[in-house]
Design a binder for this molecule. Structure first.
Ligand code: C2E
Ligand code: MG
Ligand code: MG
Ligand code: MG
Length: 292
């Protein structure tokens, strides 16, 4: 009896494993096709200046418009794209599309914005990164100061010397670098100071709890203070509540990004937000007077 059950279990797991392998394979196959057929699109999430309340930049976030599955989240396919190397052609498409879109907004007479583009490890390490970026800027006519590249902490920390050289090359060309998801890696701010980094994006996990959890509040305050001391600006990501805006303003965080102001939207929708001059209402809402 036990033997029979064991056999069944084995078959069960094996079938499940097959399904997973199959799913992965089919995802990989369709990812190849997606690169070829240009099934990707970009959404843009505004970044808002916390002093003026105005949109000062956007982050380009890739979406996969799968013919059967619909919109697939990057969390599902970026790791696979990274593993298979497909991230390189996909990333080049993202960069070109984002730069071209930013130039198109500028040409339409909208206030100039910084376009932030995420780079994965493999893209950052690709041999011809600098040439690729320069070529795209030339092709699209976008001035380098309107492009910003987002890299994660751990990515920069690997092979620190090499990273520093690439970052210097980018900075020398007028392209700013931001550290994404800051606080989740293992680096210290003083260590980061050795790299030419303009902006720190405070990870949304800290932002989410900072008005409830005193430890997260301390962490966010410390990151902002130290970043300023080292000549960097801070951007809060994942801002969803008015009280978070208030906290960030009190502690002189420069910019915010999050659902509270806007979800990532299509290029047309972002164009509309810009044209209508949508701003963040900075009148204090949930202020605790003891904290002022
Ligand atoms: P990320 O760069 O840290 O982007 C922020 C993520 O948080 C985005 O998820 C965004 O939609 C989401 N988000 C923004 N505001 C809020 C908020 O208020 N609340 C919550 N809960 N979430 C918010 P998304 O678009 O699913 O992207 C996930 C990750 O995929 C990105 O994290 C980035 O690491 C990666 N990614 C996206 N696009 C690209 C790309 O073009 N290239 C590369 N290499 N990676 C990308
Ligand atoms: Mg990012
Ligand atoms: Mg992030
Ligand atoms: Mg993230």
């Amino acid at each position: 009896h036990a033997k029979e059950q064991g056999k069944n279990n084995y078959q069960f797991y094996s079938a499940e494993m097959n399904t997973r392998v199959f799913e992965r394979l089919s995802l990989e196959t369709s990812l190849h096709r997606a690169v070829k057929n240009q099934e990707f699109m970009l959404h843009y999430q505004p970044r808002v200046d916390l002093r003026s309340g105005q949109i000062c930049g956007v982050e380009a976030l890739v979406r996969w418009n799968h013919p059967e599955m619909g919109l697939v989240s990057p969390a599902k396919f970026i790791p696979l794209a990274e593993e298979t190397g497909l991230i390189v052609p996909m990333g080049e498409w993202v960069l070109r599309t984002a730069c071209a879109q930013n130039k198109a907004w500028q040409d339409a007479g909208l206030p100039p914005l910084r376009m932030a583009v995420n780079l994965s490890a493999r893209q950052f390490r690709q041999e011809n990164l600098i040439e690729m970026v320069e070529e795209i800027l030339m092709e699209t006519g976008l001035a380098p100061q309107w492009l910003e590249l987002e890299l994660t902490e751990s990515l920069v920390m690997q092979e620190a010397e090499k990273s520093a050289a690439i970052l210097r090359d980018l900075t020398d060309r007028g392209i700013e670098v931001a550290i994404d998801d800051f606080g989740t890696g293992y680096s210290s701010l003083s260590y980061l100071k050795r790299f030419p980094i303009a902006n720190l994006k405070i990870d949304q996990a800290f932002i989410r709890d900072m008005t409830r959890d005193p430890d997260d509040a301390t962490l966010v305050k410390t990151i902002i203070t130290m970043a300023h001391g080292l000549g960097m600006k801070t951007i809060a990501e994942g801002v969803e509540l008015a009280e978070q805006i208030d906290f960030l303003c009190r502690h002189q965080c420069e910019e915010m990004q999050g659902y509270y102001f806007s979800r990532p939207v299509t290029a047309e929708e972002l164009g509309r937000l810009l044209a209508e001059g949508k701003t963040l209402d900075l009148s204090p809402v949930h202020v605790d007077p003891r904290d002022r």
